[in-house]
Design a protein around this ligand. Structure first.
Ligand code: BTN
Length: 265
């Protein structure tokens, strides 16, 4: 299949009247859509502005990792938000993004998408989507939250970096067919808007329920890297504020507020 660019006009039309997507900033190549979004936010861009790129030359991942971002096949987008919430709740937005994107891609992969804390989306145990939320503070209140979403849509297994080939996947690999990036973009933004509204009106509790219903971790043993320390235990849900809970052999529960979790066999 030939390389296709995004149909910006069609997208603008679909985004009319929406909150998420009210502005669409498209560039064929950027270093990182999160970086561009941060800059636009600094310049006063409104909530709901979406930055979209065909390709990133320095896509950023969590924990200082990079995000492989070749042209013509995947979705790389960042959403600018200006939530009036306490800074300590900002990380809950990354969890709600996981729920929203799971719903969106479940349209093409029903019943097969699961969330790994905090917000990796997995199909058959392989990562199909990564989420990177970055918060910009103005004194002690939130100025903006940038939600970056990288979704592997039509990338082929052979085109993944060798380091990720066995642990990453794409919608193409999982379903055996190509998917429209435009359709998925609209779906992601639509589900995001729904969950973001729920979060702003009703708080984190319904998001937490949605997350727990879609997690891949239920009943699993986990290994977690937290503050340079490795901890193992059984998944024990997430806390009222979104922290990961793991229980050790004695039943003592610890709260993990940041880091990376591995699901053990
Ligand atoms: C992760 O799982 O480590 C998070 C990956 C996030 C990648 C997306 S792609 C669009 C946005 N721009 C970036 O530079 N990163 C995020």
């Amino acid at each position: 299949m030939g390389r296709m660019q995004f149909d910006q006009e069609a997208l603008q039309l679909h985004f009319a009247g929406k909150k998420i997507g009210c502005r669409l900033h498209y560039e064929e190549t950027v270093d990182s859509t999160n970086r561009v979004a941060m800059e636009l936010a600094q310049g006063g861009a409104p909530e709901g502005t979406v930055v979209l790129a065909d390709r990133q030359t320095a896509g950023r991942g969590r924990l200082q990792r990079s995000w492989q971002s070749p042209p013509g096949c995947n979705l790389y987008l960042s959403i600018i938000l200006r939530p009036a919430i306490p800074p300590r709740d900002a990380s809950q937005i990354t969890l709600l993004t996981g729920v929203a994107v799971t719903e969106a891609i479940s349209a093409v992969c029903p019943g097969r998408v699961g969330i790994k804390w905090p917000n990796d989306l997995l199909i058959s145990g392989r990562k199909v989507c990564g989420i990177l939320a970055e918060t910009k503070m103005a004194k002690d209140v939130i100025d903006s939250v940038i939600v970056g979403i990288g979704l592997n849509v039509n990338i082929k297994k052979a085109d993944f970096d060798p380091a990720h080939r066995e642990t990453a996947t794409s919608l193409l690999e999982e379903t055996g067919r190509d998917h429209s990036r435009e359709d998925l973009l609209l779906l992601v933004c639509e589900r995001f808007e729904v969950w973001y509204e729920i979060f702003l009106h009703d708080g984190f509790a319904p998001v937490r329920d949605g997350w727990l219903a879609r997690t891949e971790m239920a009943g699993k043993r986990l290994r977690v890297l937290f503050r340079d320390e490795v901890r193992e235990g059984a998944f024990d849900g997430i806390d009222k504020d979104g922290a990961l809970l793991i229980a050790d052999e004695q039943g003592a529960v610890s709260r993990i507020t940041a880091g990376d979790a591995t699901i053990m066999k």
